[in-house]
Write a protein of this length. Structure first.
Length: 294
């Protein structure tokens, strides 16, 4: 079908718009839906895909905002009692990671935001665990060797500051809180007795170490204590936590600990870990192995 040229001397802008719409739907027009050029079809497909992707992202963002701001039960926000984010550096293994603990209130949604406001952790239990809710969670990040990922890179990824907590409690109230995160990593403690891979009696063992007074970067350290861990060097229990282990926290002024005779067994291999603890929660580990005699 051939279209005749139509002219309207008095055609205004509104009339031209409606005429364009009419022609675009006309069965014989080249701009008709059924006779689009390949270029036009591809352009429209790209446009629809971009629009769909944009709508999906927007819908997700809107859902998050609705969940955070408009779907809470009545009542004041509930502050999470325990919110901790800290660095663990192993001076013996020479690796570093970030640990987190969020505990003390039953919740069904928990988010952690970095100081710039970006969500870096989101936990939302599903189905029966969602109905049961969660009261606490602890995590350890990967701890890559410092030779592969230097400590400076870990600190760049996780800047100092307040890491805010948001979410929803089990009864629908707004969950709030924050964890203070610093770069004050303690220097590596030195275990002075027993020596690494030495043999010692199975009774009357006293472990000793040197005080740690500064950070890895030479700044004064606000030391809050030490933790001493002794673990028998045997395979883990595949069904539980029955591997012999002893963990004791001591005050920051203490540099020795006598091991109970009931714990050590003759002719056994053990690992000792001395952990120095800093005010913000950061900690540094040193470890050695020893063997007991008859």
């Amino acid at each position: 079908m051939t279209l005749r040229r139509i002219t309207f001397p008095d055609l205004n802008v509104g009339s031209m718009f409606w005429l364009f719409c009419l022609l675009s739907c006309f069965p014989g027009a080249s701009m008709c839906q059924g006779q689009r050029t390949p270029e036009a079809a591809r352009a429209q497909a790209r446009s629809q895909a971009n629009e769909k992707q944009g709508k999906t992202a927007a819908n997700n963002e809107i859902e998050m905002l609705l969940n955070d701001n408009f779907n809470f039960a009545f009542g004041p926000p509930v502050r999470l009692p325990a919110a901790k984010l800290y660095i663990e550096h192993n001076g013996t293994a020479e690796d570093t990671g970030v640990h987190g603990l969020f505990d003390g209130v039953d919740w069904r949604l928990l988010r952690v935001h970095d100081p710039r406001g970006h969500v870096i952790l989101e936990v939302q239990p599903k189905r029966q665990l969602g109905r049961q809710s969660i009261s606490g969670i602890f995590f350890e990040s990967a701890e890559p060797p410092n030779a592969d990922v230097p400590i400076e890179e870990i600190l760049r990824r996780f800047p100092e500051g307040r890491y805010a907590v948001s979410g929803r409690t089990a009864d629908g109230k707004q969950l709030t809180g924050s964890a203070k995160f610093t770069h004050d990593i303690p220097e590596v403690p030195v275990i002075t007795f027993p020596a690494d891979e030495s043999a010692v009696p199975a009774t009357d063992l006293t472990v000793t170490w040197n005080h740690v007074t500064q950070t890895l970067f030479g700044d004064p350290l606000n030391r809050t204590g030490y933790e001493v861990i002794l673990t028998k060097d045997v395979p883990d229990d595949p069904n539980g936590f029955s591997r012999p282990a002893l963990s004791i926290h001591v005050p920051p002024s203490v540099t020795s600990l006598t091991v109970p005779n009931e714990f050590l067994e003759p002719n056994s291999r053990y690992e000792i870990e001395i952990i120095v603890l800093e005010f913000s929660g950061n900690q540094t580990i040193a470890s050695i192995f020893f063997q007991t005699g008859n």
